[in-house]
Write a protein that binds this ligand. Sequence first.
Ligand SMILES: Nc1ncnc2c1ncn2[C@@H]1O[C@H](COP(=O)(O)OP(=O)(O)OP(=O)(O)O)[C@@H](O)[C@H]1O
Length: 247
Amino acid sequence: MPDDMLPDAVLPDAMLKVEGLTSHYGRIQALKGVDIQVAPGELVALVGGNGAGKTTLLRTLSGVQPASGGRVIFEGQDITQAKPHARVKRGIAQVPEGRQVWGPLSVEDNLRLGAVLRRDREIAQDLERVYAMFPILKERRRQAAGTLSGGQQQMLAMGRALLTKPRLLLLDEPSMGLAPILVEQILTSVADLKRQGVTIFLVEQNAFAALKIADRGYVLETGKVVLSDSGAALLANERVKEAYLGV
Ligand SMILES: Nc1ncnc2c1ncn2[C@@H]1O[C@H](COP(=O)(O)OP(=O)(O)OP(=O)(O)O)[C@@H](O)[C@H]1O
C-alpha cells in the first residue's frame, strides 16, 4: 500500500467498506481490487478519467453489476451478493449517470417512485423536504419530467433517491452535461445533503468541483485506487493537479 493511502484502522466504524473488489465485463477487468471506506456522515469523492471504472464501481455497490471478487460490507453486513432492491431496503440509494427519470410521468410521480419500497407514513413529509430543497420541482410537480432541463432532471433524480430515505447516497456524475453555474448549484445541494446527515459517495469527472466539497477523496485509474487523502490535500496534490485539474 503506498504511503499516501489511509490505513483501514483510520476508519474503524466505516459505514461502507469495499475490500479488494473486482468486476469483469466478460474478459475485460474493469475493477482490479478496489479498497474504499466511507464513514457515517462523510462526503467522499471518487475521481478519475474516462474508463477508469467509476461507473462500474458504483453499479457494483448498488448491485446491478456483479462483483467477481472481493467484498462490499455495509453497516457490518456482507452485501456483496445482495440484490439491488435488498440494498435499497438497507438504505443505499443510487442516482444513476444520465439521471434516468421517467419522461412521460409527472415530476411528482417520479419522486413517488422513489418511495415504492417504503411502508411508513412519512412520505408526504419527505416529499415536502425535497420540494424545500429544490423549489423548482414543486413549481413543476404536475409537469412531465421529460420537459425539465438537464439540471432540473438531476435535481429530480436526487429527490427520487432521497425518497428511499437513504443512509448512503451514491451519486454518479451529477455534473455531467450541465453548464458551469448549474454544476455549482447541484454540488452545493450535495454539500447541503451532507450537512443534513446523509452519507455520500460522489463519483465525478469534474474533480475540482467534487474535491472542493469532499471530506476525503480517492483517485481511480484503470480499475485501481492510486491515491487517497482529504479533499483539500488532493486538490493541492501535484499529480492530481496535472492529470485532473488541468493546472
Ligand atoms: N458494458 C460494458 N461492456 C464491456 N466493457 C465495459 C462495459 N462498460 C464499461 N466497460 C469497460 O470497463 C471499463 C470501466 O468503464 P466505466 O464506465 O466503469 O468507467 P468510468 O470511469 O465510469 O468512465 P466514464 O467516465 O467514461 O463513464 C472501461 O474500460 C470500459 O470500456
